[in-house]
Design a protein around this ligand. Sequence first.
Ligand SMILES: *Cc1c(COP(=O)(O)O)cnc(C)c1O
Length: 367
Amino acid sequence: MIPFLDLKAPHVELREEIAEAIERVVSSGWYIMGPELDAFEAEYAAYCEAAHCVGLANGLDALHLALLAMDVGPGDEVIVPSNTYIATWLAVSQCGATPVPVEPLEATYNLDPALIEAAITPRTKVILPVHLYGQPADMDSVLAIARKHGLRVLEDGAQAHGARYKGRRIGAHGDVVAWSFYPGKNLGALGDGGAITTADPDIADRIRVLRNYGSRVKYVNEVQGYNSRLDPIHAAVLRVKLKHLDAWNARRSALARQYLDGLKDSRLILPQVPKWAEPAWHLFVVRHPQRDALQQRLADTGVGSLIHYPIPPHKQDAYAATNFADEAFPLATRMADEVLSLPIGPHQTTEQAEAVIAAIRGAVEPA
Ligand SMILES: *Cc1c(COP(=O)(O)O)cnc(C)c1O
């Protein structure tokens, strides 16, 4: 049996260090904010080549509070990918603003810069690219359009911890980056967690206040804020895991190369990596027109796989009231029918990847 992802393995590898970190928090008597969170924020900001990091309760809140910090509200529009996880859209809707979907490039699954300008209206405030599957979006093109139209840029980095765009880490190319530390992400907590990174001290400051009841000084509330703080116990565990992130991402990268090589003349559509991109390989996503049959045959041979994502946001009941036309966003719709995520993770072995390749060859090629 080859699991899609072994969530326990990183904690087995680091059992003692993680136990020490947890014990440090337990015996400190400090369970909300404080020095452990400050230390993680400084270390994660440095890792992301960003000036500021603010720890938050989860990735959805990170997107939501980042939009609020850029004054996104009712009547505003935010450009989002048509093929993202629904959290990207929900954060916009939570501000009372409207998500305006733009289709991706078929080769990279990321926002197609050539389609962005047609979606801009006088109400547009922010462009929100997602570094989907851990592949950096084409930031220079997005930033050039944003500059030309006076828009802000929020990046959804939830799948891209450690990825690089043109040699520089994802972390502060746009105005702000939203992160998730959901357990299955490349950097995952032992529960929910999130953060923003930014070069902009004002955005960082506004999000710090928003996450803590709108308060800077206890019992003095400047704005109607939220309760969305990254717990010190998670911060302590994330500090341990952050030290291993580059090695873990290198392992993902080696597995991706193995898949790209082992499947290169198969009938699958494989990920394409632009010259300027160093992906974090959060997911290794292939496409096949008979995806469901392929997934079933892999399952029959004990190979786990998942679909990211089976229903695009515009077809979800959650957005039924928006009344998108049936034929709207054909690329997102087709991708939802064809994509399949193969097992990949920092503790997967070369032999396991070899077995996945053999299982796929057996499934898609005539015997
Ligand atoms: C995981 C994820 C989120 C949401 O993060 P949570 O921490 O689960 O709230 C947002 N966007 C993308 C692209 C994600 O993969």
